[in-house]
Design a protein around this ligand. Structure first.
Ligand SMILES: C[S@@+](CC[C@H](N)C(=O)[O-])C[C@H]1O[C@@H](n2cnc3c(N)ncnc32)[C@H](O)[C@@H]1O
Length: 282
């Protein structure tokens, strides 16, 4: 590409280079916006605008990384969740849209005037904790993760978003937590370790710690559910995300650990995705 490349030239070249991807044009635009600071409408309004050489070079570097499978979110360092822009990096899972169903399900059970204590287990870049903290500013959220590097990203996100009702703790599930909580919420790793999705182009760039749920995918789910009653107030609720084929098993694990009022919600694609229950200590 010549020194005086225009927006149009760069996009055409990148779209061609990325043609193996379904999202070639979109990715090309997002990466160019990231490098230039333009918004997408400007790319269309001023296609002949010259992009300075150093930015054009930086752009081609990003396009090459995208060709090698790096997810766009890691290249731009951001991903939107719950209409909030979160910083992400290679230490954090890239937030998925279906996790918004988990947040929605939990919010339906948190009356707006309550000052509840809530735990988010495996917070990653902080999406669930921060979304709930924004929606329920009188609640106190404890966001836990075993990954120090992920927690650093979550702390940065909370700071940038001026969220004051979330505390962060390095914890192996409950090990660093002091209950009780009115509500526990978690999107744990739940992919079977032999699942071929783990080696797919983009997923293999994400942390295995955030994805793999052991041999049957249920290792973390079992640990979280089995110990939840000890950390919940009487009548407290647990909401947990899981794989689309794990609903029945997760409901039976809940039933085996003092939970009642058990149910499952489907995600936007109609797949069983979030199960929940209410604990009554016997
Ligand atoms: C599926 S990711 C969810 C991240 C984020 N909550 C989201 O929904 O985008 C699972 C998270 O659990 C964390 N994790 C894995 N094992 C853990 C453990 N033993 N204790 C606490 N967190 C753990 C991972 O570091 C990762 O951030």
């Amino acid at each position: 590409m010549s020194a005086a490349a225009t927006v149009k030239d760069l996009l055409q070249q990148a779209e061609q280079d990325l043609r193996a991807l379904d999202s070639a044009r979109l990715d090309a635009e997002i990466l160019l916006c990231n490098v230039t600071g333009f918004d997408r409408s400007r790319l269309y309004a001023y296609p002949e605008e010259i992009v300075p050489e150093h930015k054009a070079k930086a752009y081609m570097t990003l396009v090459n990384e995208r060709i090698s499978g790096q997810p766009v979110a890691y290249l731009t360092g951001t991903r939107e969740f719950w209409s909030i822009e979160f910083s992400v990096n290679q230490h954090t899972l890239i937030p998925r849209p279906e996790t918004e169903c988990l947040v929605e399900a939990a919010l339906e059970h948190i009356p707006p005037d309550k000052t509840w204590r809530i735990a988010d287990l495996g917070t990653g870049c902080g999406t669930i904790a921060i979304a709930i903290a924004k929606e329920r500013p009188d609640c106190q959220i404890m966001a836990a993760d075993i990954s120090h590097d992920a927690l650093m990203v979550a702390v940065t996100n909370a700071g940038k978003l001026r969220i004051n009702n979330v505390s962060f703790v390095k914890s192996d599930w409950y090990s660093g937590l002091a209950g009780p909580f009115e509500l526990i919420i978690s999107n744990p790793p739940y992919v079977r370790e032999d699942d071929k999705h783990l080696s797919q182009a983009e997923v293999r760039h994400e942390p295995m710690l955030a994805l793999s749920g052991g041999i049957d995918g249920l290792q973390a789910i079992r640990q979280i559910i089995s110990r939840a009653p000890a950390y919940l107030t009487p009548g407290g609720r647990l909401f947990i995300e899981h794989g689309c084929d794990q609903g029945e098993t997760v409901r039976s694990i809940l039933a085996g650990h003092q939970f009642s009022e058990i149910g499952t919600r489907t995600d936007y694609a109609g797949h069983e995705r979030v199960s929940y229950g209410r604990v009554f200590h016997g």
